[in-house]
Design a protein around this ligand. Structure first.
Ligand SMILES: NC(=O)C1=CN([C@@H]2O[C@H](COP(=O)(O)OP(=O)(O)OC[C@H]3O[C@@H](n4cnc5c(N)ncnc54)[C@H](OP(=O)(O)O)[C@@H]3O)[C@@H](O)[C@H]2O)C=CC1
Ligand SMILES: Cc1cn([C@H]2C[C@H](O)[C@@H](COP(=O)(O)OP(=O)(O)O[C@H]3O[C@@H](C)C(=O)[C@@H](O)[C@H]3O)O2)c(=O)[nH]c1=O
Ligand SMILES: [Mg+2]
Length: 296
């Protein structure tokens, strides 16, 4: 039996970097960086995939600059909606399965409790709308696929709230942080590890794997468990950071932190479907944060 071939995008990003590590053992991994393959050049992406012939296409690459997307909508849609559509078309030709990532920002945040996968979407910003269009491209393609919706991703690398807070702590004695947006800060490694554990449950044989994936295709919420506001997240970061004096956190409403993109007040995602389908549960956000910060 031939070894499966796994194509991973965005290997320099928070989740992609971890996926290249966590997917080891599940196949031969091919993870070109931007210099080797510009993902916005769809003709190049298509010919790359036709040469490589992967069994699994894993796509954590995205346009993730939420505020910039408000004035750069075409680029956000090109990568977040156009690329998944292209990957799905190529996957159909190859009988491959697509694993894709999406966001809490597909919701407007008006629900009282955690969102389930079938709840109505209504993005408040361009980034969220572009990610929703990417989800839909996969759903409409009919190819075997998993869309893992996650939230508030951090890691020791890349652009994220954890590193922003650690940087600001070095130059400011106090910080004003929004306390009326609730979600689950999620470590990139948790997402990558649980992706790998889920995929490893499928059969090794490529044809049977595609059948297995087709039977389970759809959206799954995959975040840390528990919930926090951005202010709670900041306070927990500073409580764990012993090197420098912790800045004082002033809890403010979103209205006092003007930014281009609106963000949902409630970003909580219920993880029941992922748990019931794969028998896997994500750690509490505080525990994952502790483990991540041990590595910084
Ligand atoms: N970050 C978050 O808080 C959240 C993220 N998500 C979703 O999770 C997934 C992973 O996010 P995350 O790891 O944080 O994303 P990052 O922004 O950390 O990484 C995205 C990667 O995509 C690459 N990329 C972007 N454009 C191109 C291009 N034209 N050609 C080649 N590579 C490109 C970037 O490359 P380069 O490094 O060269 O710029 C980067 O490595 C995404 O789908 C995102 O929408 C969901 C919820 C929360
Ligand atoms: C730096 C800073 C931010 N904030 C607020 C602004 C915002 O509401 C919140 C988080 O700011 P960020 O810009 O880090 O977050 P943002 O870029 O909106 O993060 C989002 O990224 C995309 C990719 C996703 O998919 C989402 O799940 C989410 O993680 O914290 C403060 O209140 N004070 C501060 O000093
Ligand atoms: Mg951001």
């Amino acid at each position: 039996m031939a070894e499966p071939v796994v194509f991973v995008t965005g290997a320099n990003g928070q989740v992609g970097f971890e996926l290249v590590r966590s997917l080891q053992g599940l196949g031969r991994i091919c993870a070109p960086l931007r210099a080797e393959l510009d993902l916005s050049d769809f003709a190049k992406v298509r010919s790359f995939l036709r040469d490589l012939r992967p069994n699994l296409i894993v796509n954590p690459a995205a346009y993730t600059a939420v505020d910039r997307a408000e004035t750069d909508a075409a680029a956000a849609h090109h990568l977040n909606a156009g690329l998944p559509a292209v990957l799905a078309e190529e996957a159909r030709l190859l009988n491959a399965t697509v694993i894709h990532y999406s966001t809490d920002y597909v919701f407007d945040g008006s629900k009282a409790g955690p969102y389930i996968e079938s709840d109505a979407t209504a993005p408040l910003n361009v980034y969220g709308a572009s990610k929703l269009a990417g989800e839909r491209a996969l759903a409409e393609s009919g190819v075997p696929h998993f869309v893992f919706r996650t939230s508030w991703v951090y890691s020791r690398r890349g652009a994220n709230f954890l590193l922003t807070m650690l940087r600001l702590a070095q130059k400011q004695a106090s910080l004003r942080i929004v306390a009326d947006q609730i979600g689950a800060p999620t470590w990139a490694r948790t997402i990558a590890t649980l992706t790998a554990h889920a995929i490893a449950q499928g059969p090794r044989d490529a044809e049977r794997f595609a059948q297995w994936a087709a039977e389970r295709s759809g959206i799954y919420h995959l975040t840390a468990s528990g919930a926090a506001s951005w202010a709670d997240f900041a306070e927990e970061i500073f409580a764990r950071q012993h090197a420098a004096a912790a800045p004082a956190v002033t809890r403010i409403p979103s209205s006092e932190y003007p930014v281009p993109a609106r963000r949902p007040a409630n970003s909580r995602l219920a993880g029941d479907r992922f748990r019931q389908t794969f028998g896997l549960s994500a750690p509490d956000w505080r525990e994952a944060l502790r483990l991540c910060m041990q590595e910084i």
